[in-house]
Structure formats: C-alpha cells, structure tokens
Write a protein that binds this ligand. Structure first.
Ligand code: CMP
Length: 140
C-alpha cells in the first residue's frame, strides 16, 4: 500500500446541510488524515477551470452554477491508498446508485448536488491539490 494524497471538496449542498463535520468524521474514521483544509467561495472562472475536462458535457453549465452557489470546503486527505479509499467512501457519482453508508448515499440528493468531489487518479490528485493549495499550506 502506498501513502497518497487526494483532493476532496465538500460541495455547497453539504455545507448548506451543515454536515461538514459528519463528512470529516467519515474520512477520519477510515484512516484518512486531513493535512490541509479551507472554506472558499469559488468564482465562476475557478469552477470552470477546475472542471475544464467536462466543458463539452451537457451538464457543465449546471455544474458550474451549482459549485458557485455557496461556499465549499476544499481539503487534502492523506493515507494509504487515499485516492481509491476516498472514492469508496464517497460512493457512486449518482447517489441513487451509491452503496448505503457512503457519503453520497447519506447526504446527497442528486447526481448534480452530490455532496462531495474526490480526485479519480494520481494525475488528477496532483493537479487538483495544486489547483487549491501551495505546498507550504499542506502539513507533512
Ligand atoms: P464530481 O465528482 O464533482 O465531477 C463532476 C461532476 O459533474 C460530478 O461529480 C457530478 O456532480 C456532476 N454531474 C452531473 N451530471 C453528470 C453525469 N451525467 N455524469 C457525471 N457527472 C455528472
């Protein structure tokens, strides 16, 4: 097993529902450590740049509007196999398909408002962590 870092976003719907702590508990209860974290209101340009790989998809406009609809928490999680472990804890993108007990099954209402984002590969994790954090902001 390798120690990895991954980027997580607690999205505006979950912040509005006041479940930041419950989501952090799922990470911490599964041996993922928070090594950087901040609350942030994304600008439209930031949301578009972060999700640039989806810009041709039909849902892109709605995704950007949702992601700037309120503050988010951006955080870096570290641990053994953190990238895959975080994705398992999140559950399927569509909460209707998410395994019971996962974050999206517990807290998300729809594929558009799905509570959390997590990096899906090592390359994505590296890019996404650097998008939000300077190296000096990450504990080690
Ligand atoms: P996220 O992991 O943040 O990455 C892109 C987001 O687009 C995704 O979660 C969903 O919230 C949203 N989205 C909306 N519709 C779709 C779809 N059909 N397929 C994938 N992602 C979608």
């Amino acid at each position: 097993m390798s120690v990895e870092k991954t980027l997580s976003i607690i999205k505006p719907d979950a912040v509005r529902k006041n479940v930041i702590g419950q989501i952090l508990s799922k990470f911490e209860g599964n041996d993922l450590k928070v090594v950087a974290m901040k609350m942030k209101q994304l600008s439209q340009a930031e949301a578009e740049a972060f999700y640039a790989e989806h810009k041709e998809r039909g849902f892109f406009g709605d995704l950007v509007r949702f992601m700037i609809s309120g503050p988010v928490i951006v955080l870096v999680l570290a641990g053994n196999n953190a990238i895959l472990k975080n994705r398992e804890l999140m559950g399927a993108t569509d909460p209707k398909k998410a395994t019971p007990g996962t974050i999206r099954a517990d807290f998300a209402d729809s594929i558009d408002e799905n509570a959390v984002h997590g990096s899906d590969s090592e390359a994505a994790a590296t890019r996404e962590i650097a998008f939000f954090f300077d190296a000096a902001e990450i504990a080690h």
